[in-house]
Design a protein around this ligand. Structure first.
Ligand code: NAP
Ligand code: 3JN
Length: 340
């Protein structure tokens, strides 16, 4: 990254993702010259630690980005829609974690291991979008297979951790679990039903086609990142009582003949991927192993015996790290290394 250092703003610094962004910048030794922590007026004045220093959170305002080089946003879609153009207008490149800009044709949607070249498109709007967490881990695994075998169809079901909904949902699962085990009343504040000891086939709001927004994010974002608008994809996204780590059951059909044994070999050497596949010894990807690190774990790889060229697999990653904060910081690293 040379010797250059950057002025960084983090919008949504007090949230689950924002907090992790600070940790990732620190862990990955991003060349930070200065850092500005931004959140809503509710959190203005709060102190957060970065590299041992206690920094004061400021209220996010239109002029917050003057003099900043890169802004990492994770403060919700509405906030990104309103403030990302302000940042870009002040010459600060935005890496946005929300869905607000992902499908805008002038905004690159980037997973660094998959389509790093797309970062170059940041000049159009000054914004780069970070995909949805469920999309990131799926395309990280499927991209090498698409290159080699051309994927004909994707069927995915997700098992998503509550941390994907933010801090309040993490507290809700903990509180409800305690309440159920103590035979006490359970309050549903974040989700429409109890999440403790339950699974909810409902993430984000329902659309007219019967899918949820989360499901359609997976469909549309995957096509954009793989640069192939034609792949048929169907998704069912489910919230499960897990704190950290999204798991996915993924079935693909390919145009070229494919065999599980070759797919396993391919995953032995893919950047960002860890093959975890030794079922005889009960070894397969687990959310508890994915949590707290940055690799996408892939296992349970087997030939789909119901179709001619089909593969089943189980893909797991830390939704707050690779699914959000780490991916955003990796994009910032690409910007810093090659473009700014
Ligand atoms: P969270 O824990 O609830 O945190 C929300 C953050 O946004 C807080 O820092 C909050 O500040 C800030 N915020 C809310 N409204 C604001 C406003 N009007 N102005 C300025 N700051 C505001 O949520 P989270 O889990 O970190 O997620 C945050 C966002 O990241 C989500 O809404 C989503 O867009 C995105 N996200 C993306 C992925 C992904 O799949 N890549 C995953 C999770 C989240 P206060 O402390 O002041 O309230
Ligand atoms: O629910 C999850 O596991 C991931 C959630 C992501 C999320 C939550 C609130 C708003 C998003 C997202 O990244 O798509 C958004 C949003 O920006 O639309």
């Amino acid at each position: 990254m040379g010797n250059k250092k950057f002025n960084i703003a983090v919008a949504g610094a007090t949230g689950a993702v924002g907090n992790q962004m600070l940790a990732c910048l620190e862990e990955r030794k991003f060349p930070v010259k200065s850092i500005k922590l931004l959140a809503s007026s509710r959190s203005a004045g709060k102190k957060l630690r970065f590299k041992g220093d206690l920094l004061t959170v400021e209220e996010l305002k239109e002029d917050s980005f003057k003099g900043m080089d890169i802004a990492l946003f994770s403060a919700g879609g509405g906030t990104s829609e309103r403030f990302a153009p302000c940042a870009a207008g002040d010459g600060c490149v935005v890496v946005d974690n929300s869905s607000a800009w992902r499908m805008n044709e002038d905004v690159p949607l980037v997973v660094p291991e998959v389509n790093p070249h797309a970062v170059a498109g940041y000049t159009k709007k000054g914004i780069i979008a970070n995909p949805n967490c469920s999309t990131i881990q799926m395309v990280a695994a499927l991209s090498p297979l698409h290159k080699e075998y051309k994927i004909k169809r994707i069927v995915v079901s997700t098992y998503q951790a509550v941390s994907g909904t933010g801090k309040k949902a993490v507290d809700e699962l903990a509180d409800q679990t305690r309440a159920v085990l103590n035979f006490m009343d359970c309050k549903n504040r974040v989700y429409p039903h109890r999440i403790a000891f339950n699974c909810l086939p409902h993430i984000d709001s329902f659309l007219d086609n019967g899918y949820t927004k989360e499901e359609m994010k997976m469909v549309n974002e995957t096509r954009k990142i793989l640069e192939d608008d034609t792949i048929p994809i169907t998704a069912t996204t489910v919230r499960v009582p897990v704190f950290y780590g999204h798991s996915e059951s993924v079935n693909i059909e390919t145009c070229k003949p494919i065999a599980a044994v070759d797919v396993k070999k391919m995953f032995e050497n893919q950047p960002g991927i860890l093959l975890v596949d030794d079922p005889d010894n009960n070894v397969y990807p687990l959310a508890i192993d994915a949590a707290g690190q940055d690799l996408t774990l892939v296992g349970r790889i087997r030939d789909d015996e119901s179709v001619e060229n089909g593969i089943n697999m189980w893909i797991v990653a830390d939704n707050i790290r690779k699914g959000a904060a780490t991916n955003a910081v990796q994009i910032a690293e690409l910007l810093a290394m090659e473009y700014l």
